[in-house]
Ligand binder design. Structure first.
Ligand code: UGA
Length: 437
């Protein structure tokens, strides 16, 4: 099938690579000309494991190309994916301006039977708006344009695997022919055992927000438990293990820490709250999820303060700046929120991250950055583990201790086991579990 993907951000680019790998002819487009010319030369705009190899291979095999002129590609497309960003407005509502612009272009340029797929996360009811715009832009010309909701469930850091081996493919549509097109599009994945769930469009749109809000709820539950465990001298890691052994609960997303960040959970939670309010449903639980998430930053800050007394004239190292391991993404990154609080308090803050340093510096200019964790730790009074990059586990703890002014670790991701850090001579404050007295 001929596929056009509008928007080459995380979701769009992974969609391009995946659909090309499934054997379709894919053209990725973006309004950002520089991004497109870099993609044409094989340079990806962000770090995502395995994506560069996938894109390179599909481009070499001639199934994937990029253009900054979407109008060139749309008339021939069987399916157009809308993968533009939907950032939050100051009210929390999703800003759908880019979606509307993309849809207008499709309505104007599509020439025949075309499925228009909402891949970007949008509030329930958006498809109706899209349908209206497609009709307006059709200018009375007879076109068969059908809207489909096909939310993605990929995670940054494992996006390629999540897309090629999805646990579910969700398709919300109204007409049989549109369902048929989507089944054909994903046929190899379905044949491989991916579960296809077909619903009406509103349900598909809502299910995406509901899923992300529920995952965020699990994380906030674990973080609230961490606060209680700290007061009760219990161990949140063990509590989560016990809870997770119950298949009704499951072990995932119960890791207490510095809280969730990234371009999805914070934004989607706000947008879901906004949707609930606009439907006149009071959903205070959603507010509470965000509040507990903010509290995770404050709890970590308090541990640093408690260990250092005053923050002024203190050097604090943040190990990890990305919102999660495996990515260079710092959007709504909890480590950067912590950095801002520490800088406000007068500390010198030095960050180290295997991938996200350039983005972090841009986002938080007050932060000093070091490419070497030992150099970052030189003369430091506290080291905070902010992102659980696996490579941090193999750091030479004794070497770190020797270069620090004060051997003090706040482990905001419970990356280490308390015994190993204490044995290396550090004072240690993990999250929701006992550390140094
Ligand atoms: C999330 C969802 O997991 C995907 O299913 C969804 O498709 C995506 O949002 C989206 O809407 O596009 P992502 O934001 O890439 O994916 O990353 P996650 O692995 O979900 O992690 C989100 C945040 O939660 C990270 O900051 C991570 O550190 C934090 N987290 C995760 C915890 O603090 N504890 C946990 O137990 C798990």
């Amino acid at each position: 099938m001929r596929v056009v993907v509008i928007g080459t951000g995380h979701v769009g680019l992974v969609t391009c690579g995946t659909l090309a790998a499934l054997g379709h002819e894919v053209v990725g487009t973006d309004a950002d000309q520089e991004k497109i010319s870099r993609l044409q030369s094989g340079i990806l705009p962000f770090h995502e494991p395995d994506l560069d190899a996938l894109v390179e291979e599909q481009a070499k095999d001639g199934r994937l190309g990029f253009t900054d002129d979407a109008s060139e590609a749309i008339p021939n497309a069987d399916v157009v994916f809308i993968c533009v960003s939907t950032p939050p407005r100051s009210t929390g509502e999703a800003n759908l301006v880019a979606v509307e612009q993309a849809v207008r272009l499709v309505g104007h340029q599509a020439s025949g039977r075309t499925v228009v797929v909402e891949k970007s996360t949008v509030p329930a009811g958006t498809a109706q708006r899209i349908r209206h715009v497609l009709l307006q832009e059709g200018n009375g010309v007879r076109k068969e344009l059908e809207v489909v909701s096909n939310p993605e469930f990929l995670r940054e850091g494992s996006a390629v695997r999540d897309s090629l081996e999805p646990d579910r493919i969700l398709v919300g549509a109204e007409r049989d022919w549109a369902f048929g097109v989507m089944r054909e599009l994903y046929a190899p994945l379905i044949a491989n055992g991916a579960r296809l769930i077909e619903t009406d469009i509103n349900t598909a749109e809502l299910a995406k927000h509901a899923s992300n809000a529920f995952l965020a709820l699990k994380i906030s539950y674990a973080n609230a438990l961490a606060r209680i465990c700290e007061r009760a001298e219990a161990d949140v890691v063990a509590v989560a293990e016990v809870m997770g052994a119950d298949p009704r609960i499951g072990p995932d997303f119960l890791r207490a820490g510095l809280g969730y960040g990234g371009s999805c959970f914070p934004k989607d939670l706000q947008a879901f709250q906004h949707l609930a309010a606009s439907l006149h449903y009071d959903f205070p639980l959603l507010r509470e999820i965000g509040r507990i998430n903010d509290e995770a930053i404050e709890a970590t800050l308090e541990k640093v303060r408690a260990g250092l007394w005053n923050l002024e004239h203190k050097r604090v190292v943040l190990l990890g700046l990305a919102f999660k391991p495996g990515t260079d993404d710092v959007r709504f990154s909890p480590p950067l929120a912590l950095a801002a609080r520490l800088l406000d308090g007068g500390a010198t803050v030095v960050g180290h991250d295997p991938q996200a340093m350039a983005n972090a510096k841009e986002e938080c200019p007050g932060l000093l950055a070091s490419t070497d964790p030992y150099e970052a730790a030189e003369g430091a009074h506290c080291l905070v583990v902010c992102t659980e990059w696996p490579e941090f586990r193999s750091l030479d703890l004794r070497r770190l201790r020797d270069v620090m002014a004060q051997p003090f670790i706040v482990d905001a991701r419970n990356l280490f086991e308390p015994e190993e850090i204490l044995a290396a001579g550090f004072s240690y404050q993990p999250t929701g579990r006992p550390g140094s007295p």
